[in-house]
Design a protein around this ligand. Structure first.
Ligand code: SF4
Ligand code: SF4
Length: 432
């Protein structure tokens, strides 16, 4: 593991834009290309752009450390062409040789497989990862955290939606969503909330849950907004309406992984609903290659059905039966360029265009009294607590470590604090 990998491990850095994959493991690979995912394709999230505006020197430091760690001979930043000012800053501020690659404003241009194809022309195999074609991808905040070279104790996020202006800034890990919303001046009465973006995020009513290393944003919407209803459907309701699928195939036609030639057919999974488990399995197999972008449900389907949820369910069911994706070479279909989904049309379809407000950096500067640090904020196994109730810990002090030989990430105390409790799920601390 190179220097950046050791730092990432020592500081508890994980992928800040998705499932929280431990960064030190990614950086232990060797690859020809190191690609920054700055696409930020979820509508109404702006924190990656804000990082590039507010913290470019630290990001740049992290970028060069990561590129060196994997031995990359090409370094690139994939960012939407609409961010002209940020692109200019990057071209002025990044070291010579770093390619800034403008991307079309489509969803999901931040899907790793799509990003790799759009920036390098290489097609990640079906069932594979970018490393299979010599590329390591990391997102903006992850690279920033490597460049900072200190324990990860803060999270950048965006608060947007039904508020006068969208705000992006950093908050201590473990703070409640409610405290963040209050600091942003967001209304909470008569509102609904989506954590991590309108497409791949989840609806929650629990505002006392903590911000974790993978929280990207909080979207505030009026209660009853169609997106809250569609994302909040019960599994029973999803199945009930699935019977009305007329097999028009629009869900498969727009599927980004199908466009890449991975043969992902949500309309087939829709047939499986209600069949016997064995017959259903035969229809569901393409779900193994779904990236869970939700485009099929939230954009493509004209009947307001939920092929995305059926695909996710199918994927889990297949995994439980031990069915694994097969790695196979793929080629994008000829319609790849023409069937991409423009963000502007997606935003209208989601009824979010009225919330496309101005956005800016906010210095939240929050000092909560208590923090809750879940032991699992990353892919892999939960971290193992190294403190007990009553212990005192300094700001940046270690709370939980990676179990020997396991995949995981360390967890640190954002502020000087006294440990209140430790259980299998989380460490709770009272700020000193
Ligand atoms: S969620 Fe739907 S559109 Fe997205 S990859 Fe899966 S099947 Fe395709
Ligand atoms: S788009 Fe909707 S109606 Fe058409 S095949 Fe897919 S799920 Fe069925």
């Amino acid at each position: 593991m190179g220097n950046a990998g050791s730092i990432a491990r020592a500081c508890g850095v994980v992928g800040a834009g998705g499932a929280g994959f431990p960064t030190h493991v990614k950086l232990s690979a060797k690859a020809e290309v190191f690609a920054v995912n700055a696409a930020e394709c979820e509508p109404l999230l702006y924190k990656d752009q804000t990082i590039l505006e507010e913290a470019l020197p630290t990001f740049t430091e992290g970028l060069m450390m990561c590129a060196e760690a994997v031995g990359a001979t090409r370094v690139l930043v994939g960012i939407k062409e609409k961010h002209r000012e940020v692109i200019e800053r990057l071209r002025d501020g990044l070291p010579p040789g770093v390619d800034v690659c403008p991307l079309r404003d489509t969803y999901p241009s931040g899907d790793e497989h799509i990003l790799v194809y759009d920036t390098t022309g290489r097609t990640v195999p079906k069932g594979g990862i970018p490393l299979d074609v010599g590329v390591v991808v990391n997102n903006v905040e992850t690279i920033l955290n490597v460049g900072a070279q200190k324990p990860v104790t803060e999270k950048w996020l965006t608060v947007s939606g039904a508020i006068p202006e969208a705000l992006s800034g950093k908050v201590p890990l473990g703070i409640t969503l409610l405290d963040v919303l209050r600091a942003a001046g967001a209304p909470t009465e008569g509102m609904g909330f989506i954590v991590n973006g309108p497409m791949m995020g989840f609806v929650t009513a629990d505002l006392l849950q903590p911000v974790t290393k993978t929280t990207s944003g909080i979207l505030v919407l009026p209660a009853g907004h169609s997106l809250l209803q569609r994302k909040g459907r019960s599994a029973q309701a999803v199945h009930k309406i699935a019977y009305t699928c007329d097999q028009c195939m629009r869900c498969s036609d727009f599927c980004p992984r199908d466009l890449l030639g991975h043969i992902v057919k949500p309309h087939k999974a829709m047939i499986s609903v209600g069949f016997s488990p064995d017959e259903a399995t035969a229809w569901q197999k393409t779900a193994l290659y779904c990236c869970e972008c939700a485009l099929c449900t939230l954009y493509a389907c004209p009947e307001d059905l939920d092929p995305f949820r059926v695909m996710v369910e199918s994927k889990r069911a297949l995994a439980a039966k031990g069915v694994r994706p097969l790695k196979e070479a793929a080629e994008p279909i000829p319609m790849y360029d023409y069937r991409r989904t423009p963000t502007s049309m997606l935003v209208r379809r989601l009824d979010l265009d009225r919330f496309m407000a101005p956005h800016r950096f906010a210095d939240f500067n929050l000092h909560p009294k208590k923090l809750t640090l879940p032991l699992k904020q990353h892919a892999g196994v939960p971290a193992r607590a190294v403190v007990k109730a009553g212990d005192r810990v300094a700001a940046g002090g270690l709370l939980a470590d990676i179990p020997e030989g396991a995949l995981g990430a360390k967890i640190f105390s954002p502020l000087a604090a006294r440990v209140l409790s430790v259980d299998a799920q989380a460490i709770r601390v009272e700020v000193a």
